[in-house]
Design a protein around this ligand. Sequence first.
Ligand code: NAP
Length: 467
Amino acid sequence: MSEATRPLRVAVIGAGPAGIYAADLITKSEEVRSGAVEVSIDIFDRYPAPFGLIRYGVAPDHPRIKGIITALHKVLDRGDIRFFGNVEYGKDLNLADLREHYDAIIFATGAIHDAPLPIKGIDLDGSYGAADFVSWYDGHPDYPRTWPLNAKEIAVLGNGNVALDIARVLSKHADDLLVTEIPENVYEGLKSSPVTDVHVFGRRGPAQIKFTPLELRELSHSRDVDIVLYEEDFEFDEASDEAIQTNNQVKTMMKTLTTWLTDQEEGEQTASRRLHLHFLQSPHEILGEDGKVVGIRMERNKLDGKGGIEGTGEFVDYPVQAVYRAIGYFGSELPEVGYDADKGVITNVEGRVVDENGEHVPGLYATGWIKRGPVGLIGSTKGDALETITHLLEDRENLYTAAEPDAETFSDYLDSKGIRYTTWEGWHRLDDHEKALGAASQDAKGESRERVKVVDRDEMIRISRGE
Ligand code: NAP
């Protein structure tokens, strides 16, 4: 069938920001708006609810970022893009199933696992990946309901925004998180935490941090948590001076850090919890006893003048009972799609999926973190999606290949396979239910909460399907 006679059928795998932006940008493209191309887009997610990283990756006390959901919500509310939740690529549907019904498939599955850190002791009880902890506190349906929060002293490895997120959540008083949508089990878990000290370690210097200014400044907003810095870590080389002079973000953050350092020297620190920021230290070994974390051995580094570091051979041991590595996320391999195991991305050229010979696999595309790796703020994903969908539309002449391109038959097909999929109407039901749970509970000031998340997968499905 030719492009003139039927809509181009596009499947997007992953209903996080990357997938929704890609779907939205197709509908807003010149080709579609001018009527030259008609499209019919279905967006899939393995979870019963949409919004991916925003629902399950953004910290609950970041309502501004969570607010992106409002924009994504509006896109799916229009009704021209269908949502199928609780449908997993590689389990419920394989590539042949999708090719039968769609002309093009865009993978937007993100990067949800922790990058590995191959040091001694990493498998000890009490050593965790930040991504797993984030999934727990964000009420991810596939994670256990309890998290072992029994450490008084905690190490967080990494100097990116994820390290800041988890250090903030670990050090905050649970009652101060009740204004957010955290589920009951997360509140109870955090409430029981005996934590007094959270140590965040960066392997490079203060001028090489990967935090962003707003997120760094926010650390000082936590009630009853003092920030502790160490004068000896404030070592600057030529590359640091240049970064401070030429990069406004670095300059701003340096001002924040040095102000905190001065304030700390001048004032008294009386909070019951402390958040320490250490620089120029690399994790060397996690120390254990009886299979449990009892400390971390860090190697002190010095700057190499070019923005990098050299180990000094000098080691410092810190007593900690838990270690969280926040050293970056990593994308997982998908069945039947080329994968670069070093980078954790789908093999692609500007969003066109390629095979081992570098040839474009017709009809397959990638966008977001699974395309370019887990870097950049959520907004950067839009540019990425634009590049991918531009190529898809350029290729469209050769894309009309689906054998069963009728959109209506697809839900029958899912029914025939016994898949308990959720829909956009279902999300509205779950959304209303979570808001009602919020209205019925109270924060520490006695005010009703905006939302309380449903965590259990079956319960999410039942509510969404109105069962
Ligand atoms: P990231 O920004 O890439 O930071 C990773 C950190 O881990 C870096 O400090 C890196 O140090 C360090 N690291 C890597 N390997 C290490 C090792 N072997 N030993 C010690 N340290 C190591 O990654 P991220 O924090 O996962 O964040 C991912 C993206 O999401 C970023 O773009 C981030 O801004 C964004 N994000 C934004 C927010 C927000 O609130 N706006 C929240 C969360 C995430 P080097 O620099 O030396 O490599």
